[in-house]
Design a binder for this molecule. Structure first.
Ligand SMILES: [Zn+2]
Ligand SMILES: [Zn+2]
Length: 194
């Protein structure tokens, strides 16, 4: 395959110019192409960086977001005195885990959408049998969400291959998720309230 335009080829489209990004204090750390485009634009746009630094109070958080991080070292938490925070909203990472169902002490799995209400259990099973599955990736984590709500996760790096993540002992999930923000994002996107 040759690089660049072929001889005689006239480039008809203007070069893509991404619009300036309005942060408004929200820093999306998701893996969607849209979120990545936003971040890449701000990375290379001093005007957007100036705007964002006025809208985001914690400059360490903003810097971490621009670098593509999901967690950063910020102000000490008054509750747990940890300093690890989520880039997404600046909240304390440790407290977040403690308050979440990932805490083995108080884990109850609450799907964000009540699928049973509008699809019906039977319909969900039928769709799953028909191979209906939603596939997505966060970092090097791959996820499949089935209509019944079953979440399957794979991470080659950690040699984790689970066909039903909901059946993994909560203590084990907690242990892994503690150092894997991408896994937490996977569960969040799958509808777990983490
Ligand atoms: Zn810009
Ligand atoms: Zn805390």
């Amino acid at each position: 395959m040759s690089r660049g335009p072929k001889a005689g080829y006239v480039r008809a489209l203007p070069p893509a110019v991404h619009p300036h990004v309005d942060i408004r204090g929200k820093l999306n750390t998701g893996a969607s192409p849209q979120a990545q485009r936003k971040r890449e634009h701000v990375q290379g746009c001093s005007e957007c960086q100036r705007q964002a630094s006025r809208q985001v109070a914690d400059q360490f958080r903003l810097a971490a977001w621009i670098e593509g991080a999901k967690v950063y070292d910020g102000l000490r938490c008054s509750k747990c005195s940890g300093t690890r925070r989520r880039v997404r909203d600046g909240s304390c990472y440790g407290c977040h885990l403690k308050d979440s169902p990932l805490d083995p002490a108080r884990r109850t799995r609450v799907p964000r959408h009540n699928r049973d209400g509008w699809l019906g259990r039977l319909d969900a099973r039928r769709k799953e049998a028909a191979g209906d599955v939603w596939v997505f990736e966060v970092g090097d984590w791959r996820a499949r969400v089935y209509p019944t709500g079953r979440l399957a996760v794979d991470c080659d790096r950690l040699n984790i291959h689970s066909v039903d993540w909901g059946k993994v002992p909560p203590a084990r999930i907690f242990e892994i998720a503690g150092s894997e923000p991408d896994l937490i994002e996977v569960m969040r996107q799958a509808g777990w309230s983490v």
